[in-house]
Design a protein around this ligand. Structure first.
Ligand SMILES: N[C@@H](CCC(=O)N[C@@H](CS)C(=O)NCC(=O)O)C(=O)O
Length: 312
């Protein structure tokens, strides 16, 4: 649990060649400096054991607008556990650190551990809280049917990333807003980096998601197929998509992932307001597709809206 001690060390590591060149340090001096850096690093490891940095018990690394984050955030809120959310600028983590969000960090003994990937995070929460808080955690109970449904919902989550970028990427200001460039909760240097790097990030996103008109059409078809299936299931008046009257995590996952296009006002429970792009500001073709989904799948859409209104 090194806290802020490691970033400072890393900064000096990058500066070291500049210092050596600037001051014309000799070979022996450069070796001495390298040894000092190693000693410093060792001291950080020892200090983390002797005096761990103060950290919240649970920390959720997020991108405020992310529907995968919302799936986990909603589950944490429903569990009623204390956690701190740490939002970062959209795409920066993926392209510069090689990781996606959500990431849940937590204290485990003397060290700090982390889990990425929303399904694994939910399994961790179930494993950890099922005994400690059985009533609150019951909604997280995994069953083969729920797990299978969740992975289909998650695949649609990827389709919705293709869908949203297909529509938003040509619009710089809208995309930047969604990434957090206007979100005061995100460090100013990240907001600036988003603005400066936008042309590069746009190319990288296009490549990463292989965004083409054909891929967009496929994404719409996949999302529509899942909505149609849920529409049919809900026809018998059930309260939970897979049956029964008790909402479980797979219902929340469905509503959170679909929340990317349905945009219920409660999405994010206040954490995503500064990145929201209201429907009437969205490109017309995007508005048409949202309205078509609402019209064609009224039960599924009402389910998302109601779950957000009543349970978020
Ligand atoms: N399978 C992952 C998908 C996570 C994912 O794709 N997250 C997106 C945000 S929605 C992300 O981190 N993108 C990279 C970035 O924007 O830095 C999960 O379920 O957590």
């Amino acid at each position: 649990m090194t806290g802020r001690r490691l970033p400072l060390h890393s900064l000096f590591l990058f500066l070291l060649p500049v210092i050596v060149a600037w001051f014309g340090v000799s070979v022996a001096g450069a070796i001495g400096l390298a040894l000092l850096m190693l000693l410093w690093r060792w001291a950080i490891s020892l200090s983390a054991i002797a005096a761990p940095a103060r950290m919240p018990e649970l920390e959720l690394e997020s991108i405020s607008a992310s529907h995968f984050v919302e799936k986990v955030r909603w589950s944490l809120d429903r569990l009623g556990v204390d956690y701190r959310e740490k939002p970062v600028g959209g795409t920066l983590g993926a392209f510069f650190l090689g990781r996606t969000v959500p990431v849940l960090k937590f204290r485990s003994g003397a060290v700090r551990s982390s889990i990425g990937n929303s399904p694994e995070i939910l399994r961790y929460l179930w494993g950890r809280y099922a005994v400690e808080r059985p009533d609150e955690a019951e909604f997280l109970r995994p069953t083969p049917e729920r797990l299978a449904f969740e992975s289909r919902v998650d695949r649609c989550g990827v389709d919705l990333q293709v869908w949203v970028y297909h529509h938003l990427l040509p619009h710089r200001e809208l995309t930047l807003r969604a990434w957090g460039a206007e979100n005061p909760a995100i460090p100013a240097w990240q907001r600036l980096a988003l603005r400066l790097l936008y042309p590069l990030l746009r190319i990288l996103i296009r490549r990463a998601f292989r965004i083409t008109p054909a891929r967009h059409a496929k994404a719409v078809a996949h999302v529509s197929a899942l909505l149609a299936e849920v529409e049919e299931k809900l026809a018998d008046g059930r309260q939970s998509i897979l049956g029964g009257d008790q909402v479980n995590y797979s219902d929340l996952a469905f509503a959170a992932i679909m929340g990317l296009w349905a945009q219920p006002p409660q999405f994010g429970a206040g954490c995503a307001d500064a990145v929201r792009v209201e429907l009437d500001r969205c490109p017309p073709a995007m508005q048409v597709e949202v309205r078509a989904w609402r019209q064609q799948y009224p039960r599924a859409t009402a389910f998302i809206d109601r779950l957000y209104q009543e349970q978020r």
